[in-house]
Design a protein around this ligand. Structure first.
Ligand code: GDP
Ligand code: MN
Length: 380
């Protein structure tokens, strides 16, 4: 889960990273009030989860509250890489002498939290890594002892941090490291970290990406989720306890278990079709979750046929069959459906499905072939 800049800054500030906080606003009027409260020049920044906001016109300076309101008006409603800006951050503007990049990532190959640093800040680090790899330092941290003072010094020297600011830089790095570890992040970056003309270090932009699997440990961070920036289908899936990823094909798949879902997608491809989604209804799914999954699949207009593949262990076949029957009764669009249910209560399921005239299949190969054929017929 990606956190907005102002949320990421809240976390960094808690760990002592120096920055100019500011206020969020969703209207021109709110931006004006925020600028009045701050006093002096401000920067207005689009709060969207994509990079390169500056280039896209999502970061603007203003010297008066009137100007702040006008700039906010230009940014709110702006489309940045497919996301409409709803919120801006109004923060005191900084006078920049130099911009640096400082980030931490979880490097799975190195099996370690790794520092990425560059004296060429402000621009995207991937760009610098490509055009000028010597300007990027990568430094793996020990998984048990963590960030060491000698490493902080090494990064400071590499970046060319002014001598008078090296102590402050050490506390920025430690703050970034603590933010990363304590929030179970996958990435935490400050870009740019700046030295101001009056010789202060400040984090001007921040981005934290959290590990979704660790979110249950952090209800306070989960509450920072920005629903404005998530696909409605993904929100609905999460609320129903379903793992769902939309894909480009025409065969909607409903499966229990991630491994079985992958296999099902493979067999759809083998039969000459393309899956429209990955969908795992999870273990022990009840009828209501099956119905929710069906709604998710049918909400995608490119779905031409549905393949249901259930292996009943804890999940009971008859429960799934009830869910399917209920879902079809509510369904607004008539889409052919092929069902394969084996395992716990498969016989009861077969009876229910037969009585409701569902198309069933005994094997997964057969089910995939039937679903692909049905989708072709619809398309033809
Ligand atoms: P991004 O483009 O989405 O990464 O947004 P940033 O917050 O990093 O801003 C982009 C650029 O705008 C920075 O690299 C700075 O050059 C500039 N910028 C951001 N905040 C300020 C500020 O307070 N003062 C000045 N002078 N420039 C700023
Ligand atoms: Mn930035």
């Amino acid at each position: 889960m990606k956190l907005q800049e102002y949320r990421s800054k809240e976390i960094l500030a808690r760990h002592g990273v120096p920055l100019l906080g500011g206020e969020v606003a969703t209207t021109n009027a709110e931006a004006r009030v925020a600028a009045e409260r701050i006093g002096g020049p401000v920067v207005i920044k689009a709060q969207v989860l994509v990079g390169g906001r500056g280039k896209a016109g999502g970061v603007k300076l203003a010297t008066t509250p009137d100007e702040a309101a006008a700039r906010a008006g230009e940014i709110i409603g702006l489309d940045i890489k497919g996301t409409t800006v709803k919120t801006v951050l109004v923060a005191p503007a900084a006078d920049i002498a130099h911009e640096y990049y400082l980030g931490l990532i979880l490097d799975r190959a190195a099996k370690a939290i790794t520092v990425i640093a560059s004296p060429e800040g402000g621009v995207e680090i991937e760009e610098t890594a490509r055009t000028n790899p010597d300007a990027v330092l990568r430094l793996a941290l020990h998984p048990l002892i963590g960030l060491q003072p000698y490493q902080t010094s090494r990064v400071a020297f590499f970046l060319g941090i002014p001598a008078a600011l090296r102590k402050d830089f050490a506390s920025v790095m430690l703050g970034l490291y603590r933010s990363f570890v304590e929030s179970d992040a996958d990435l935490a970056e400050i870009n740019p970290l700046v030295v101001t003309t009056d010789e202060r270090l400040l984090a001007l932009d921040a981005k934290i990406v959290l590990d979704d699997s660790a979110l249950p440990r952090h209800p306070d961070l989960e509450a920072m989720r920005d629903l404005n920036e998530e696909e409605p289908s993904e929100i609905a899936a999460r609320e129903a306890g379903i793992s769902f990823i939309k894909l480009e094909g025409t065969i909607g798949c409903m499966v229990n278990g991630a491994g079985l879902a992958m296999t099902t997608m493979d067999l759809v491809k083998l039969a000459g079709g393309e899956p429209a989604n990955f969908l795992d209804i999870g273990g022990g799914a009840k009828a209501d979750r099956v119905a929710a999954a069906m709604r998710l699949i049918l909400d995608d207009p490119s779905v031409k046929a549905i393949l249901v593949n259930i292996f009943g262990g804890i999940t009971r076949g008859d429960e799934v069959a009830h869910g399917l029957i209920e879902a079809r009764a509510q369904q607004e669009r008539d889409v052919p459906m092929v069902v394969r249910i084996v395992g716990t209560n498969a016989e009861e399921a077969a009876e229910l499905l037969q009585a409701a005239s569902f198309v069933t299949a005994a094997s997964l190969d057969e089910a995939a072939a039937k679903a692909v054929a049905a989708a072709r017929q619809v398309t033809a």
